[in-house]
Design a protein around this ligand. Structure first.
Ligand code: G3I
Length: 480
């Protein structure tokens, strides 16, 4: 294979492409919808966000900096499947606040820049939580300065990212009736320091700093028939609304267990009623942290994938039928990075399989359950809070692939806004590398490559341009 490049060309990886790959490629080429943003339409096989967006909903997942930087197949899948991401760690106090007087923005900045450059929206998580507090917190924050610490933190963080965050989890997990405090509130450090008023303080500070962001109260444990818990949540939301607190949505975390299938079925109606009560308060609902723990299921992969996928289906049969539910975020995209292996390990020590993609980025039953429900749910009306599908920011690195079928050549052009370490590669429909076209540092400006594909079988390929901070792709149909 010959590649003429303006700079040194990296190693060439030739892959033998099997017949069925080309059958798939042809089929996918026919399925392609050219109206989709190229970064989200790898081979015309739109991911879950592509399906969600057709219904004015969104799909995304929690992710983190390390895995985005180090794992290219993962990053490719993330950009393909998601329209929105949420930093799993990077915006929590223990990461952002190395000391009482300083901020670490580096990790959050990375996430927000990565998202922007790949046309993804971002959820901010979380401004006020009883966990993930820095070690200095307990000895430094007291009832006299707590309100100031809270408002200053929120003003600084929301102010920095103003206009770039789709929705903020302003207060996370404030209800815990078993703590036996007023109104079922959790006996958290914030509650101990400020009483219930910390919740209102946090929302008002967030709204003042970033008036366009959707402000979310995020909570777990609402799927089962614990009316004490769900009543406490609804009452909290009602009190906040009655006081005109800027609150726009409830985040339902959605940490479920496949072994709870029967229990979930028995409580579906109660869960539905809860969601409707929330909707009558004028709030939207976002499923913010969906995953399905497979502890309690037998070790066979088929058994677990079917059990987890079935539970995703049951869950969606409730939430997707509620018009107030505007989007779904999974707590991780692939089993490779699920937090459940450390928080809820299986007794047989096998890695959990709670997410839509397996550890090799292959779609599982859970993925198909989500796809089915995005395809079959009703279209949401235009929301007073805009859905991310309409807000997508175009990538700043323009990538164009212009085939010349007469010469069996394809001109690849891209423009960089700044100097970057770039990897430019061609992959097949399975995401396998066919050729590394370039791997070098490139200056800002326009760059061109000529790819001779005379030796390639005809079909659909994906040209991927990536750096530590972005990934863009362009589908190419190579014909002769
Ligand atoms: O990064 C350190 C590492 O340096 C150290 O060696 C290691 C030793 O334990 O800890 C690492 O940090 C851990 C971090 O995850 C990264 O693995 C923290 O101890 C651990 O507490 C942290 O747990 C996260 C937790 O939130 C607290 O931030 C989980 O992964 C994350 O999935 C979880 O997410 C929460 C949501 O924010 C809120 N809803 C529930 C959800 C699941 O618990």
């Amino acid at each position: 294979m010959k590649v003429a490049a303006e700079t040194a060309v990296g190693t060439s990886i030739c892959a033998i492409l099997a017949e069925d790959v080309f059958a798939m490629a042809v089929q996918h080429a026919f399925e392609a919808d050219s109206s989709k943003a190229s970064t989200h339409a790898a081979f015309g096989l739109d991911g879950l966000h592509g399906e969600a967006a057709k219904k004015k909903m969104f799909f995304g997942s929690a992710t983190s900096e390390d895995r985005i930087i180090s794992d290219i197949p993962y990053r490719t899948a993330l950009v393909k499947e998601c329209g929105i991401i949420v930093p799993e760690y990077e915006m929590k106090w223990d990461i952002m606040r190395p000391s009482a007087t300083t901020y670490n923005f580096a990790d959050a900045d990375f996430m927000i820049n990565f998202a922007r450059q790949n046309g993804l929206a971002v959820r901010g998580h979380t401004l006020c939580w009883h966990r993930a507090l820095p070690s200095w917190f307990a000895s430094t924050v007291n009832s006299r300065n707590a309100a100031q610490f809270l408002t200053e933190h929120i003003a600084t963080v929301c102010g920095r990212y103003k206009g770039r965050i789709h929705s903020w989890d302003v207060v996370n997990e404030a209800i815990e009736p078993t703590d036996r405090q007023t109104n079922g509130l959790r006996n958290s450090p914030w509650f101990q320091l400020l009483g219930e008023s910390y919740i209102e303080t946090a929302f008002r500070a967030a709204h003042q700093a970033d008036p366009a962001a959707i402000l979310v109260y995020n909570e777990y444990g609402v799927e089962f028939d614990d009316t004490i818990r769900t009543d406490a949540i609804v009452n909290l939301l009602r009190r906040l609304k009655a006081r005109n607190v800027p609150l726009h949505a409830l985040g339902v975390q959605g940490h479920i267990r496949a072994a709870d299938k029967a229990k979930f079925a028995a409580n579906m109606q109660r869960f539905r009623t809860f969601l409707r009560e929330v909707a009558t308060l004028g709030l939207s609902i976002i499923i913010t942290e969906l995953d399905c723990d497979d502890t309690g299921l037998a070790s066979s992969i088929t058994t677990r994938d079917e059990g987890v996928g079935g539970m995703y289906g049951d869950y969606c049969s409730v939430v997707m039928n509620e018009p107030a539910v505007i989007g779904i975020i999974t707590w991780g995209l692939t089993d490779k990075y699920t937090a459940l292996n450390s928080t809820n390990p299986r007794s047989d020590r096998l890695p959990q399989r709670p997410l839509p993609l397996d550890a090799n980025m292959v779609r599982k039953n859970a993925w198909y359950a989500l796809e089915y429900w995005f395809k079959n749910t009703m279209q949401r009306p235009r929301q007073t809070i805009t859905s991310v599908a309409e807000e997508r920011v175009a990538p700043i690195q323009r990538l164009r692939c212009i085939p010349n079928t007469q010469q069996s050549e394809c001109e690849i052009q891209f423009t960089l806004e700044r100097s970057e370490d770039v990897l430019l590669r061609l992959v097949d429909v399975r995401g396998q590398d066919v050729q590394i076209l370039a791997q070098a540092r490139f200056e800002a400006g326009e760059h061109r490559f000529m790819l001779n594909y005379a030796a390639f079988p005809i079909g659909t390929y994906l040209c991927i341009l990536q750096s530590p901070s972005f990934l863009v792709s362009e589908k190419i149909l190579l014909q002769k």
